[in-house]
Design a binder for this molecule. Structure first.
Ligand code: MLT
Length: 323
């Protein structure tokens, strides 16, 4: 008795799907940001959301769901209805590194539909102002001289700031004590207050505090200086060659979200990124627009798989223990 009813419901939904997609969206779209409000992820999504709203004709509601290096927020998206009304923001940490560190109850590739690649930014090595180091070489010497390991703020195990911190330890031959927060906004507050010693942070998060003189920047993890922070040397120039790391971001939807809905979201995000006002706000934070050649949902999917292949062996070799 039950089977015919189920078959009928599936048939009805299949027939209704094109119409549902055609009218989409008929109400606000929620974007889950897996880190604390005010951080680089939240900031980028709120700026982008204003542009997407104009294109979709519906509001973008940012919901910050934090914890476990971003994996809790990603899980919320994975287990949401595939109707286009709950999607997720993520990046190298949440959609690559977390898969190598946590026993996730979802698969980062097969349980999500890629929507679009978003802007990226290099990391920047910053310290509280009282650290007695003026150059990156001085900072590394200071870190090595500490009787107890210096403290390094992160957004939790597997976050971008944590992966960058691990890479910095390896490149500089230092050891730090990682201090996890629900995002790098609260970590930055503690750095400004002098409660922690350093962060290997996204440039977009630290740039305004560096400009205000509230923290000290030593180098950006890139082969070229940032156009918005020309006075910060690269790691190559500062004596730590080849320590490069770019944190890229993207949007994903739950598996099974209809392709026409994915395409509408992709189009809205690309139109937002092309909007001069949105572009100016993002670039002023030191963010770099994604290449036009990587603007399709498939491009994000291919990029994420390539990054998993690159980073999982590195992260697993680091034998990261989740607290
Ligand atoms: C991180 O991975 O460090 C996060 O992006 C920080 C944040 O967005 O709060």
């Amino acid at each position: 008795m039950f089977r015919p009813i189920l078959a009928t419901l599936i048939a009805i939904f299949a027939l209704a799907e094109p119409a549902l997609a055609e009218d989409y969206p008929t109400r606000p779209v929620t974007v889950v940001v897996p880190f604390a409000a005010g951080g680089p992820s939240d900031a980028m999504m709120r700026i982008l959301g204003e542009g997407m709203k104009r294109s979709l004709g519906q509001s973008i509601v940012v919901e910050d769901i934090t914890g476990a290096g971003g994996s809790i927020g990603v899980g919320r998206v994975v287990h949401s209805a595939p109707d286009g009304y709950t999607i997720g923001f993520g990046h190298l940490g949440t959609h690559v590194a977390n898969g190598a560190i946590y026993k996730l109850n979802y698969d980062l590739v097969t349980d999500l539909e890629p929507i679009v690649l978003l802007p990226s930014n290099p990391m920047v090595i910053v310290s509280r102002n009282a650290v007695p180091a003026k150059t990156l070489k001085d900072l590394i010497a200071w870190l090595k001289s500490r009787p107890q390991p210096a403290t390094a703020g992160t957004a939790g195990a597997g976050s971008g700031s944590h992966i960058a911190g691990l890479a910095f330890e390896k490149a500089a031959g230092v050891s730090v004590q990682f201090v996890p927060y629900r995002g790098t906004a609260p970590a930055l507050n503690d750095l400004v207050a002098g409660q922690i010693d350093i962060i290997v942070d996204q440039l977009s998060n630290s740039i305004n505090q560096v400009r205000a003189g509230n923290i000290r920047a030593y180098a950006v993890t890139d082969s070229r200086r940032s156009d918005q922070a020309q006075d910060i040397p690269t790691t190559d120039e500062a004596g730590l060659p080849n320590f490069h790391m770019t944190l890229w971001s993207g949007l994903w939807a739950p598996k099974g979200t209809p392709k026409p809905i994915i395409d509408k979201l992709n189009k809205a995000a690309n139109e937002a990124l092309a909007d001069p006002q949105v572009k100016k706000q993002l670039e002023n934070l030191g963010l770099r627009m994604p290449p036009a050649s990587q603007s399709t949902p498939e491009a994000l999917g291919d990029w994420q798989k390539a990054e998993i292949a690159k980073w999982w062996p590195i992260i697993k070799a680091a034998n990261v223990k989740v607290e």
